[in-house]
Design a protein around this ligand. Structure first.
Ligand code: CA
Length: 360
């Protein structure tokens, strides 16, 4: 009996000793880098009680984040997956003048370039990339892509290049599209063209259309045209799409432009596709003097109904982009003239010149 009491006392004293050491440790930690309530520590502070839930390696302050672009942390983007280092909340970039300088190469832009060169039986090459990310079609989900659709010819009264067919579009995630892994043939898989532009038309065009039923329906293929005005397709614009439930709305520089019926009973999510097609059913005949043209992408961002970022690629970092997208390779559909190449070819370039030449 007495031995049992001594043992309990000994155990109790031992626990007291442990708590005392723990309390001392916490006190020291608090004095050094923590401020539990009104943390005004500069970016780089290594502790913050709010951010403690963000996991190992997190060194930023998500509440008072005033860090400049380049900060590698943001609690919102923490869910965006490995390699994503952008900060959508503190992003001060203006869509109209976005420098895209958050990480990687400052002002990073991806060019997808169509070229006149022979490859695998085709007289042209180009690039096409499909996102790993699937855009949900839940009401309020919005896709926005900041892009230049083409470059401008300066030695011709007809300033754009006949035959080019750059596009920002999506196919349902169960499509038979390469690397999608699905088995639903078009148009049942669903297609939404956020923006297509045709160099041959040379006019102000902003094409929108969508399908999503097993049978093609002309009623769901309703092009909408929006005048570019003085800032033509060779200038930066933000092309967007928003799901509203039974309709979808196409956006241009943040403004609603056209709303169409959205009749996709299967409720597809979609993967984003960026490409520069040459020729084909819509592109038409190539200009005889065609050398190259490109679609330039500054960023791709997907938001939920609350305006919070679901996914993004700022195109500022080549490795991140290559992890986010897979290149479609091989001959294309629709009688397009090019052979789509993989990352290793010269149809993809990352550059930092936001004013990359408009004249070919
Ligand atoms: Ca960018």
């Amino acid at each position: 009996m007495e031995a049992t009491v001594k043992m309990k006392m000994k155990t109790k004293m031992k626990m007291h000793w442990q708590w005392w050491v723990l309390a001392l440790f916490c006190a020291c930690s608090s004095q050094s880098t923590d401020n539990a309530v009104d943390d005004t520590s500069a970016p780089g502070s290594t502790d913050n009680p709010v951010s403690d839930s963000l996991g190992p390696g997190n060194t930023d302050n998500p509440v008072g984040d005033t860090s400049a672009p380049g900060s590698t942390d943001n609690p919102v983007s923490d869910s965006l997956g490995p390699g994503n280092t952008d900060n959508p909340v503190s992003d001060s970039d203006n869509p109209a003048t976005d420098s895209g300088s958050d990480t990687g190469a400052a002002n990073g832009v991806l060019s997808i370039i169509g070229r006149k060169q022979d490859m695998n039986g085709a007289a042209y090459t180009s690039g096409r990339i499909n996102s790993h990310y699937e855009v949900p079609n839940t009401p309020g989900t919005r896709v926005e892509v900041r892009a230049k659709m083409g470059r401008k010819r300066c030695n011709d009264a007809d300033p754009f290049v006949d035959g080019t067919w750059p596009a920002i579009w999506m196919l349902g995630s169960d499509a038979t599209e390469q690397n999608y892994g699905g088995n639903v043939v078009w148009p049942g898989c669903g297609e939404i063209d956020i923006n297509e532009w045709l160099g041959a038309w040379n006019a102000d065009h902003y094409l929108t259309n969508q399908w999503g039923e097993p049978v093609f329906r002309a009623a769901h293929n309703v092009p909408a045209t929006v005048p570019y005005g003085a800032d033509g397709p060779e200038k930066w614009h933000v092309y967007g799409l928003r799901f509203n439930g039974d309709t979808i709305t196409f956006l241009f520089n943040g403004a609603d432009q056209a709303t169409q019926t959205y009749a996709d009973a299967a409720g597809h999510s979609h993967r984003i596709i960026l490409n520069m097609a040459l020729g084909g059913d819509l592109g038409g005949a190539m200009a005889a003097d065609f050398v190259s043209d490109e679609i330039q992408i500054d960023w791709v961002r997907v938001f939920d109904a609350a305006g919070d970022l679901l996914w993004q690629d700022e195109m500022n970092d080549e490795a991140t982009t290559k992890a986010n997208w897979f290149p479609f390779t091989g001959r294309a559909y629709n009688n397009e003239l090019q052979y789509y190449t993989n990352w290793a070819a010269d149809n993809f370039e990352w550059h930092t010149d936001m004013q990359r030449g408009e004249c070919l």
